[in-house]
Design a protein around this ligand. Structure first.
Ligand code: SF4
Length: 482
């Protein structure tokens, strides 16, 4: 149902209520904590193209050494760069901060209170200036970032094509009482519900009133009916923290999958950001290695499992965080990061012990209900599954022993779903980072969705998503009707 008259009060109040428990944007937080325009200005400069938690940590490190403009001026550009790393464009920001004292001299070393004066400072654009005026000085100013610009246009409250035009349009029509708060409300809303890719209209309190201008509808995240087709994704991300910086959250939302299995998270739960653990619409489960920065698997699921099983029940393998299983009414979904046999096959014995244990584990589950296995198997099964089979016959991932286990796995009744639909060569899921292997498609197919023989009839399609970048592996997909 579309609204006849747009009621901005209702929209902003509803959104404010929906995000009241979300994290306060870091710049607002610093303003509340310090009420110091210098710190708000610096934190705002640091926050551009940077995640809030990174800005918070980098600001804290810098303020410990330099809590005011005079102390900041004693630091060299290199020292500042070191303190603020890893904020986005830290070298450029260090250069700007280094010149700040000189620029502030004309204002008697005080942070100016007007947008016109603020934009004279190095590294300060209109967005930063508006934020400093509104947050540090609590004066009417509208900070229009991509979220404010995007959401105001989705609502058709404004019809503009640039953030600057949005700011001007809002100055004309948005009641002044909202100017200061609109940015933090819409940033929190844009990060959690009205996300840039596939907004969560399914959980949005404005769903019935929003015209959704330019929004591509997404599938609902509600409870799936028993026979609804499901979409699963499996992806070795080669480090969840690395891929987070490459836009993982937006990629995951764009997959619009019911369950996503991740391998090689290389992180323990306390090393993960809140944002990555709590992606809107999904519950996440993590099984990490004891050794930091190594191995690890995780699930994001829209469907509530009956149970979650961690590991294989064997300390030798479970300490490496390699197996995580979700149990549903009609099936198990096992997410696996198989060991790599290593250079000169040094870890082949370990891998073969793992392989055997995993097969027994899957066969035991199969006695109860259907089994889907996904993950990085770290083995190309047949010659068609890698570019250079001959030269890799003695290498990890294509050794006779590993391939024999895969034969054994197939003989035990497990089906490589991709090959049900596609018999073509050069269908790879992993490419070395070296020698431009991906652009030349010199790769291996070592990531799979497999099912037990009985579940084969439930498989609707299986594909490889070579279009998705961000890791040395690409995701694989399974469409499954339970
Ligand atoms: S209904 Fe959808 S498009 Fe509209 S505000 Fe909510 S999430 Fe955004």
């Amino acid at each position: 149902m579309k609204q006849k008259t747009f009621d901005i009060e209702y929209f902003l109040q509803t959104v404010a209520k929906a995000v009241k428990d979300k994290d306060v944007p870091v710049v607002d937080l610093i303003a509340v904590q310090t009420k110091d325009p210098f710190k708000v200005l610096v934190a705002t400069i640091l926050s551009a193209r940077t995640k809030d938690e990174v800005t918070a940590k980098s600001s804290a490190r810098l303020f410990k050494k330099a809590g005011n403009i005079h102390d900041l001026a004693t630091l060299s550009e290199e020292e500042i760069a070191k303190l603020i790393y890893p904020v986005g464009f830290y070298k450029t920001k260090a250069k700007h901060l280094c010149k700040l004292k000189e620029a502030l001299a004309q204002f008697d070393y005080r942070v100016p209170e007007t947008i016109e004066e603020l934009i004279l400072l190095p590294g300060v654009g209109r967005k930063t200036a508006n934020l400093v005026v509104s947050v540090a000085y609590q004066k009417p100013a509208i900070c229009v970032d991509t979220h404010v610009h995007r959401i105001m246009n989705i609502w058709q409250y404004v019809k503009t094509d640039t953030p600057l035009k949005t700011e001007m349009a809002l100055r004309d029509k948005l009641p002044q009482k909202h100017w200061i708060t609109v940015n933090s409300i819409l940033v929190a809303f844009g990060q959690s519900i009205c996300r840039p890719i596939s907004p969560h209209c399914d959980i949005c309190p404005l769903d019935n009133n929003c015209v959704k201008n330019g929004v591509r509808p997404r599938k609902t995240g509600g409870k799936m009916t028993k026979n609804a087709g499901l979409k699963f994704i499996s992806w070795n991300v080669n480090g969840i923290r690395a891929v987070e910086k490459k836009g993982f959250i937006d990629m995951l939302q764009a997959f619009d999958a019911d369950i996503i299995g991740i391998q090689e998270t290389k992180a323990q739960p306390d090393q993960l950001s809140q944002e990555i653990k709590e992606i809107a619409g999904y519950t996440s489960y993590w099984h990490s290695a004891e050794r930091k920065g190594y191995s690890g698997v995780a699930f994001y699921t829209r469907l509530e499992p009956l149970e979650v099983h961690y590991g294989l029940g064997d300390e030798e393998f479970d300490s490496e965080g390699r197996v995580l299983t979700l149990e549903f009414e009609n099936y198990y979904l096992i997410n696996i990061y198989f060991p790599n046999a290593g250079e000169k096959l040094k870890r082949l014995d370990y891998k073969l012990r793992f392989d055997a244990k995993l097969l027994t584990f899957a066969q035991n589950l199969e006695q109860k209900k259907n089994v889907i296995l996904c993950g990085d198997f770290n083995v190309a099964h047949k010659e068609i599954d890698l570019k250079n089979p001959k030269s890799n016959e003695k290498n990890a991932g294509f050794s006779p022993e590993e391939r024999a286990w895969m034969d054994n796995f197939v003989e035990a009744g497990f089906v490589d779903t991709f090959r049900i639909f596609n018999q073509e060569p050069e269908q790879y899921t992993w490419w070395s980072y070296r020698f431009s292997a991906r652009s030349k498609n010199i790769g291996w197919r070592i990531d799979y969705f497999c099912v037990n023989n009985k579940a084969k009839a439930n498989v609707e399609n299986a594909t490889i998503r070579q279009d998705i970048m961000g890791s040395d592996h690409c995701p694989v997909e399974l469409y499954y009707r339970p």
